[in-house]
Write a protein that binds this ligand. Structure first.
Ligand code: 5GP
Length: 188
């Protein structure tokens, strides 16, 4: 997706440890026009796939996910990183956070992720795949079907993409970062 790649090269910043900062247009300040183009690209790439629900994980997956849900006219659910006392029929799993280097118990209500659901998972980044593997576990617990996983940015020098594709998951990443070493952004 050329507009996204251009924007990453223009406004993205590299940090130690293979972290790409895109907080001026994706996950702090957000560019809704770019986000709309991103969502439209996901819709095109998954147009042959049976989907009835978009699922993401808070917080930075919510913006692209709700745009996809709006275009597809489908409900959007986000996995929560704190367990609300009032959540009914809670499903939980543990996810290791790449950026914060700690484990979270994340949750989703079985009321909103059910055995009838064909899920498109959307997130901002694919790094080591921990969030995605947690999502796969929740989908399994719910008896739902995973239709595909869409990432705004995949970092190809980390293992997540390989792990998910080897599991047979339909993965679509709109910008693939080959390398961030020497604080230089190399995009495929
Ligand atoms: P994974 O679970 O695939 O290891 O990492 C994905 C999650 O970590 C994403 O939801 C994203 O929030 C965060 N993340 C991973 N790598 C980066 C990065 O380079 N930059 C930013 N801003 N977030 C990242």
């Amino acid at each position: 997706m050329d507009a996204l790649k251009k924007r990453i090269l223009q406004d993205g910043k590299c940090f130690e440890g293979g972290i790409l900062k895109v907080d001026s247009f994706i996950n702090h300040q957000m560019d809704p026009m770019l986000m709309h183009q991103i969502a439209q690209e996901f819709v095109n790439r998954f147009k042959e796939v049976k989907i009835n629900k978009i699922v993401t994980i808070e917080a930075s997956g919510i913006a692209p996910a709700i745009m996809v849900g709006f275009i597809m006219q489908l409900p959007v659910v986000f996995v929560k990183k704190k367990q609300p006392k009032t959540m009914e029929n809670m499903l939980t799993t543990t996810v290791h956070s790449f950026t914060k280097d700690r484990d979270y118990t994340v949750c989703i209500s079985n009321n909103f992720l059910t055995a009838e659901d064909h899920v498109l998972f959307i997130d901002d980044f694919l790094a080591n795949g921990n969030a995605s593997l947690g999502m796969i576990d929740l989908i399994k617990q719910a008896g739902a079907t995973l239709s595909g996983m869409g990432f705004v940015i995949e970092k190809a020098f980390q293992n997540g993409g390989k792990i998910l594709r080897e599991k047979g998951v339909h993965v679509e990443s709109l910008a693939i970062i080959e390398d961030l070493s020497n604080c230089e952004i190399k995009i495929r």
